[in-house]
Ligand binder design. Structure first.
Ligand code: 6IA
Length: 139
């Protein structure tokens, strides 16, 4: 099983630690192609030595290769939204995890997408349970 984890980079790195923990947990179910998303040293300036076209093309290849896409969508990110759209277009199984808050409302284009399993959670432990349920359902 190949898993593509999507989380904000230039959109802001406030949740980097949580991404790291979610990625660690996801390795229980398969290979996570995007472990760098949880790297606390990766700032919102991103992987500085790589150019945009390289990043886009490499990430699209990984999306195409992945069986499952898991997005943490609380921190608003254009890149994550784009990746999710491309994943839907290509028939991927998609789980989105969102921590509800007044100042970070989830886009209707994600919340209203039938092809995405959208789940709300409040902390890592709840997130892990949702991940377990998701993988049980797609087995
Ligand atoms: O718009 P964002 O940067 O927040 O988009 C984040 C999403 O796009 C993540 O899920 C990544 O898979 C992908 N992504 C965006 N930028 C990068 C990156 N370096 N390295 C790896 N994946 C990325 C950033 C830019 C750098 C040249 C300064």
């Amino acid at each position: 099983m190949k898993i593509y984890f999507a989380g904000s980079i230039r959109g802001g790195r406030d949740d980097a630690e949580l991404y790291h923990s979610l990625i660690q947990y996801l390795t229980k179910y398969g290979e996570v192609l995007t472990e760098h998303i949880g790297d606390k040293k990766l700032s919102s300036k991103g992987e500085g030595t790589l150019d945009n076209k390289y990043i886009h093309d490499r990430d699209m290849e990984w999306i195409m290769e992945a069986d499952v896409i898991v997005g943490e969508v609380t921190q608003v990110s254009l890149g994550v939204g784009y990746e999710l759209g491309r994943a839907v277009e290509n028939g991927k199984k998609i789980l989105c995890l969102y921590r509800p808050s007044e100042d970070k409302k989830l886009s209707a284009m994600i919340a209203g997408c039938r092809e995405i399993v959208n789940r709300e959670y409040n902390d890592l432990e709840e997130g892990k349970k949702i991940i377990d349920e998701f993988f049980k359902d797609i087995e």
